[in-house]
Design a protein around this ligand. Structure first.
Ligand code: ZN
Length: 146
């Protein structure tokens, strides 16, 4: 139940961050445009010195904001990609004790070691048994012996 609650919550937060990044991005572009226009106007007016300072100040703010938002965007994208990879896949090994047929499938709700399953396709009188439940990511079978 806790997992169902956290996943839409993190989605909401990432959308919120994305909105802030977009706003900062727009503001930085606006300040760079302003800086350019102030610099262009400053060339023709007598007070060129102070206008140059304003233009430079705006350009620096714009560039810092632009690089910060780009960096945050890159970081959040990378985090999202890492989270996708880190989801462990749980596998279940199903074995027939009579003929020894071994099948590996994805973990299903209610699976546990030594649980009887449906009859073996080769020998209908024998039930298949779950012999192992493990995480695929480690590529190491963890068998729970009873
Ligand atoms: Zn069998």
């Amino acid at each position: 139940m806790a997992q169902k609650q956290t996943s839409p919550g993190t989605q909401k937060i990432s959308n919120y961050i994305m909105m802030i990044i977009l706003i900062v991005l727009v503001l930085s572009v606006v300040s760079i445009i302003l800086a350019v226009s102030v610099y262009m106007n400053g060339v023709s007016t007598p007070q060129a010195g102070t206008d140059d300072l304003t233009a430079g100040f705006l350009a620096v703010i714009g560039l810092i904001a632009l690089s910060m938002s780009m960096f945050t965007l890159y970081q959040s994208r990378r985090q999202a990609a890492e989270m996708k990879i880190e989801i462990p896949k749980v596998m279940t090994t199903v074995e027939c004790k009579k003929c020894g047929t071994k099948t590996v499938r994805e973990f299903q709700r209610g699976d546990y070691v030594y649980k009887d399953l449906d009859a073996c396709p080769k020998c209908p009188d024998t039930k298949q048994l779950i012999t192992a439940v493990y995480k695929e990511i480690k590529e190491k079978e963890k068998t729970y012996n009873v």
